[in-house]
Design a binder for this molecule. Sequence first.
Ligand code: NAI
Ligand code: UGA
Length: 484
Amino acid sequence: MKKITSICCIGAGYVGGPTMSVIAQKCPEIKVTVVDINEARIEAWNDKDLDKLPVYEPGLAEVVDEARGRNLFFSTDVDKAIQEAEMIFISVNTPTKTYGVGKGRAADLKFVELCARQIARVANGDKIVVEKSTLPVRTAESVKRILKAEAGEHEFQILSNPEFLAEGTAIDDLHNADRMLIGGDQDEKGQEAIQALVDVYAHWLPKDRLITTNLWSSELSKLTANAFLAQRVSSINAISALCERTGADVDEVANAIGSDSRIGPKFLKSSVGFGGSCFQKDILNLVYLCRHFGLPEVADYWEQVVAMNDYQKHRFAKQIIDTLFNTVSGKKIAFLGWAFKKDTNDTRESAAIYVAHELLQDRAEIHVYDPKVPKAQMFRDMEYLIENPGSVYTENPLPENWRDLIVVHEEPYTAMDSAHAIAVLTEWDEFKTYDWASIYAKMLKPAFVFDGRNILDGEAMAEYGFEFRGIGKGLEKARANVEA
Ligand SMILES: NC(=O)C1=CN([C@@H]2O[C@H](COP(=O)(O)OP(=O)(O)OC[C@H]3O[C@@H](n4cnc5c(N)ncnc54)[C@H](O)[C@@H]3O)[C@@H](O)[C@H]2O)C=CC1
Ligand SMILES: O=C(O)[C@H]1O[C@H](OP(=O)(O)OP(=O)(O)OC[C@H]2O[C@@H](n3ccc(=O)[nH]c3=O)[C@H](O)[C@@H]2O)[C@H](O)[C@@H](O)[C@@H]1O
């Protein structure tokens, strides 16, 4: 098969934007056009001021700067880009359904279906269609059927090429991917299509990292990878609760078990709970599929990963309320961080939103500082959670004036001034270097710090005078248990 010279990607989000920028950077002879129906987003991708790119990722601005206008283009003209391209990536959002059959579980595939119909309608020749979005296993079958039914004389090959990048490290993950997975049909034409995509990635990735499989294995591997990663976080978080009762230290336990080469050290950082647009959505989708295929025991097994994560967020919020003498009503609680992890402006499913909801149920005044998340986004997040509670802990209504109870700060010190307590919700590096002595001086006493990310030095914080609580570090409580 001849080499690909033009690519189109539908969806200019956290995946489409960075992945296509790197493909364009590494393959200067391929014209890459990223399209989206969201005009504001495309405008931001085209902004001369690279600080205004719609996705914040370390290293992304440099890549865009190198390729944009040379062989990387952002546009809202979806039809034209489809017609010009030999290979079309679908990288649109696949959120959990919020309505109808499968509500709260199944992936909502309406955006993917719309793309397939649009490709079929406007295609002017044979195309390779690549599923980049995370999809339930066997989605390619539906995409094929739609393309076949609507397309007339043109031929389409479908590939599954799930993305494994993590936000905050997207560019490094793309440049040095552990593997790139490409699934396709096993017949001759399917193999040719697989090879065409292998040739794209072979511009910068070693051949042994390009894994090819059948379509279904590829689709299922993506859901499985996220389920395994999230399961590790829930497993260590479950142990953190036991640490707090017994006096064990969860970081020491993680280090001890992670030194076993069979377990490995990564993804064992205990936290206030995992967030992000995908872990919960993909596990719920896996659970839905298992039930659909008549495997309720398998579904129950994976569902516990999400249940444990809900419990961890709740445990953190409850600890704050319990420690502050059983109520946070009218008390100023400073939130350091709102993003679901550091080095991203993404807040989807962030633990901060759930913790805020529980504290607001108890009428706290929340003062938030996050270096990258704008105020409007925080309010949108709260509104979304109110409409879609999703967790048993966030079902209670908020006070009518909840909007007045969230104050967003442009800088951290005012957020913490005269606060009753500080809660660390995101592990931004800058939090470690604050002037903690002067923060302590300006807080109400006792001055509580709840470190939901275990990034602060507990002993040093205690020396400043803080009442410090980390995750999985319940020495005081453990001592009290022993004495009782
Ligand atoms: N965010 C992440 O780190 C990762 C996400 N994924 C998966 O990648 C997919 C995309 O995720 P994100 O990039 O985070 O989503 P996103 O929401 O940031 O971006 C999706 C974009 O698609 C656009 N879109 C939707 N329908 C369209 C249509 N018919 N025509 C043109 N544009 C359309 C939307 O306007 C939006 O800008 C999802 O399936 C997700 O599960 C996979 C790996 C990592
Ligand atoms: O499909 C996706 O969307 C992506 O989901 C995750 O990436 P991402 O959600 O961007 O970020 P992670 O680094 O995986 O973190 C997810 C959440 O788990 C939390 N986490 C992670 C690791 C850990 O040890 N402890 C922990 O609490 C993080 O703080 C964050 O809230 C996967 O790591 C990617 O491989 C995958 O492509």
